[in-house]
Design a protein around this ligand. Structure first.
Ligand code: UDP
Length: 241
């Protein structure tokens, strides 16, 4: 697969159509599970301060560019990525795929009640969707819950516990899911359940989702400082090459 390395993390240079084709191939001839990371600057910066987290991220089958920050970084490095594939949109693409092909989905993560509401809303949006189950991301995050989810044999597992928890969890327990597609989707259940509003189309179309989140959730400001730090590292890497 075509990959572009950003601060030592290989990002998949793939578009949505190719990705869905890969998912199709995977279910036709399953050859193990598939682990998806949707990487933003925060995730890439975290890999710089933790080797074990970096191992978890690089063990993924696909590390996708979650947003404009990673796309800009690829441009700075002179190897532009073709497309951004945000976690929230990926989740919807997979929900639509699951619905079309009779695959089951599991919702794991977010505050008590949120995964359940997200599953309910998904069933309204995708009529006939087969939900294998749901579980909040606070009560239990260990082997007990991993086994409980695994016995439902879900085709897709959405893990919405934020970074770095969700990627660590998937890397640790993915062997319990021999043919599943496992995806870290951050705060996506908060949006799907209706608890948090996603940026309106104008903002997402103009690559301003980060700015919308900053003004609607100012408590994220500290986390967002990672974005300029990330870009500074990228510029440094560009000049050291
Ligand atoms: N979360 C969780 N368990 C935890 C900590 C967080 O399930 O122990 C959930 C939290 O409720 C939220 C999500 O993880 O739904 C993280 O959302 P955030 O918006 O921070 O993620 P992002 O989309 O920015 O990656």
């Amino acid at each position: 697969m075509d990959e572009i390395e950003i601060l030592d993390i290989p990002i998949s240079n793939i578009n949505k159509a190719e990705l869905l084709k890969d998912i199709d191939d995977h279910f036709q001839t399953p050859g193990g599970n598939l682990f998806f990371v949707t990487a933003n600057p925060e995730i890439i910066m975290l890999t710089k301060s933790s080797n074990s987290y970096k191992e978890a991220i690089t063990s993924a089958d696909y590390v996708l560019a979650d947003g404009i920050g990673v796309l800009i970084a690829s441009k700075i490095l002179g190897a532009p990525l073709r497309e951004k594939l945000p976690g929230y949109e990926l989740m919807h693409d997979f929900l639509a795929y699951a619905n079309r092909h009779g695959k089951t989905v599991y919702f794991f993560g977010a505050k008590p009640g949120v995964a359940e509401q997200a599953a309910k809303n998904a069933k309204v949006e995708y009529r006939g969707l087969k939900v294998a189950g749901f579980m909040d991301g606070y009560t239990n995050k260990g082997p007990l819950v991993a086994n409980e989810i695994a016995v439902t044999e879900p085709d897709f597992v959405f893990v919405a516990m934020g970074a770095p928890l969700q990627e660590r969890w998937i890397a640790k327990y993915k062997d319990l899911f021999p043919t599943s597609v496992l995806v870290g989707v951050g705060g996506s259940f908060d949006v799907l359940s209706g608890n948090v509003k996603r940026a309106p189309k104008f903002w997402t179309n103009n690559n301003l989702e980060w700015f919308y989140r900053l003004i609607t959730q100012p408590t994220r400001a500290k986390r967002m400082l990672k974005i300029p730090q990330f870009l500074m590292h990228v510029v440094k890497e560009r000049f050291s090459r």
